[in-house]
Design a protein around this ligand. Structure first.
Ligand SMILES: NC(=O)c1ccc[n+]([C@@H]2O[C@H](COP(=O)([O-])OP(=O)(O)OC[C@H]3O[C@@H](n4cnc5c(N)ncnc54)[C@H](OP(=O)(O)O)[C@@H]3O)[C@@H](O)[C@H]2O)c1
Length: 233
C-alpha cells in the first residue's frame, strides 16, 4: 500500500536516492529541502514518470520553517507514515579531537541534534495518526561508546557527539512512545554519496533504510541498526 514519506535533505546524496526509490515504489514522497529551486527541479524529475512527490521547505537551522512544515503536513494529509531524518552535517575532516573549532561544532549540533529533534517533534502528531508510523534517523556506528573503546582515530568529534545525541533521542522517544511510533537510528557505513567521498554505493544505504522500514516488529525499536542488524550503543 502506498505511504507518505518525508525525507529531509532530499535533493542530493543518500536523501535524493531515497526519494527516487520510494517514488519508484509508488509512495508519496515529501521532498524536504532548504533550497527551493533545487527542490522544485527534484520534484519535477520525480513526477516525470507519474510519480507522487511534493515539495516541503525545511531548513533544520530555521525553526520557523520546521514548524510550518509540521502544520502543512497536518493540513494536507493529517498523517505521516515515515519520517527519514536524513539531512545532516557530515564533518569528515581530519581535525583531531583537541583542535575542533566552536563554529563547526555549533553548526553540527544545531543541524544534527537540535534540528533533527525539532523536525521529529513537529511530525509526532501525524506519525501517531498513521497506522505504523516510523522515524528513521541517520546516525553513525562511530558514535557509540562500544566503538570508542576499540577505536584509535580521534577525529570526527562533532559528528560522533552529535550522532550520540541522535541515538539518545531515538531511545528516549521510543521509551515514551512505545506502541505508538517506531524510532530507529541507522548507520549506513561509509557511503560514496558524492565523487569525493569513499564508500559503498548510495544504493547500499537505500536498501538498509528500506529493510528497517519494512521490519515492523518492535525488536528494532529504539535501536541503532547497521547492515548486520542491531549494534550496541
Ligand atoms: N555518506 C556517508 O558515508 C554517511 C555516513 C554516516 C552518516 N551519514 C549521514 O547521512 C546523511 C546523508 O548523507 P549524505 O552523504 O547523502 O550527505 P550529504 O551529501 O552531505 O547531504 C546532506 C544533505 O543534508 C542537507 N542539509 C544539510 N544541512 C541542512 C539544513 N540546515 N537544513 C536542511 N537540510 C540540510 C543538505 O542540503 P543542501 O543540499 O541544501 O546542502 C543535503 O541534502 C547525512 O546526515 C550524513 O551525515 C552519511
Amino acid at each position: 500500500m502506498s505511504k507518505s514519506v518525508l525525507i529531509t535533505g532530499a535533493t542530493r546524496g543518500i536523501g535524493l536516492a531515497l526519494a527516487q526509490k520510494y517514488v519508484e515504489d509508488g509512495d508519496l514522497v515529501l521532498v524536504g529541502t532548504r533550497d527551493l529551486n533545487r527542490g522544485l527541479d527534484v520534484v519535477d524529475e520525480l513526477r516525470a514518470d507519474g510519480g507522487q512527490a511534493r515539495l516541503l521547505q525545511i531548513d533544520l537551522m530555521d525553526h520557523g520553517s520546521v514548524m510550518q512544515a509540521g502544520q502543512w503536513i497536518g493540513e494536507q494529509f493529517g498523517k505521516l507514515d515515515l519520517l527519514i531524518n536524513n539531512a545532516g552535517v557530515f564533518d569528515d575532516h581530519d581535525i583531531q579531537a583537541s583542535h575542533e573549532d566552536s563554529e563547526s561544532l555549533h553548526q553540527t549540533f544545531d543541524v544534527n541534534v537540535l534540528g533533527t529533534y525539532l523536525v521529529t517533534q513537529q511530525m509526532l502528531p501525524w506519525l501517531k495518526a498513521a497506522d505504523d508510523g516510523m522515524v528513521i534517523s541517520m546516525s553513525d556506528e562511530l558514535a557509540t561508546f562500544a566503538n570508542f573503546a576499540a577505536s584509535t582515530p580521534t577525529t570526527g568529534l562533532g559528528q560522533r557527539i552529535s550522532r550520540m545525541g541522535v541515538n539518545a533521542m531515538t531511545v528516549l522517544l521510543q521509551n515514551e512512545l512505545q506502541g505508538e511510533v517506531h524510532f530507529r537510528a541507522v548507520t549506513p557505513g561509509p557511503i560514496a554519496s558524492n565523487p569525493a567521498r569513499k564508500g559503498a554505493p548510495v544504493a547500499t544505504a537505500v536498501d538498509l533504510i528500506q529493510k528497517i522500514d519494512q521490519h515492523k516488529e518492535s525488536d528494532w525499536d529504539g535501536k541503532l541498526i547497521g547492515a548486520d542488524g542491531v549494534l550496541p550503543f
